[in-house]
Ligand binder design. Structure first.
Ligand code: SF4
Length: 198
């Protein structure tokens, strides 16, 4: 049954921002950053048994410039973090991030000098999934929480919080932030971004 069958000869009144949010909410494009066992659960979530396509979020393309939902699943080492940061910066706004599992969220049992003790020290995380490993249902739940944020028009607030600057000045501010990040490489919480344009 198509939309025209549902509407008949009637019409729908809505606001443009509601229409945009509805489209965004139902077409999230994931950027998977899977490094360990949690990534297997992530793959399982995309498979036919759990079928993330039911929520419009199955288009996994490994192309950050076309993705808007980062899923970090697995352990992230100090050496990998600049790569993760760079991929995150390459994703256009508005974008969201899911930290999947104990390792991504807090280092899990790997309290070692090589391991990042929570990716939120370096990139903003919108939804955390507990567990070792979390089940596919947990990831689906996280995607639905992101969808709630999108449909609640949280985009502007989240972007303003990230940048600290509302609306038109945001882009300039983000460029300045990147330059600052590169300059302060080595300080706690900031790793150098690999050379070249993000
Ligand atoms: S949280 Fe558990 S399942 Fe996930 S990557 Fe860490 S050890 Fe593996």
């Amino acid at each position: 049954m198509g939309l025209e069958d549902f509407l008949g000869n009637g019409f729908v009144a809505t606001r443009v921002k509601d229409l945009l949010a509805w489209g965004r909410k139902n077409s999230l494009w994931p950027m998977p950053f899977g490094t360990a066992c949690c990534a297997i659960e992530m793959m399982s979530t995309m498979s036919s048994r759990y079928d993330l396509a039911r929520f419009g979020a199955e288009v996994v393309r490994f192309s950050p410039r076309q993705a808007d939902m980062m899923i970090v699943g697995g352990r992230v080492t100090l050496k990998m973090m600049p790569v993760l940061q760079r991929i995150w910066l390459q994703m256009p706004e508005p974008k969201w991030c899911i930290s999947m599992g104990a390792c991504a969220s807090c280092g899990g049992v790997f309290d070692t000098y090589t391991m990042i003790q929570g990716v939120d020290q370096f990139i903003p995380v919108d939804v955390y999934i507990p567990g070792c490993p979390p089940r596919p249902e947990n990831l689906i739940d996280a995607v639905r929480l992101i969808q709630d944020q999108v449909s609640a028009h949280e985009i502007q607030r989240i972007m303003d919080e990230r940048t600290g600057v509302p609306n038109v000045e945001r882009l300039q501010h983000m460029h300045a932030l990147r330059a600052e990040q590169a300059a302060s490489a080595g300080k706690k919480g900031v790793l150098p971004i690999i050379g070249g344009d993000a």
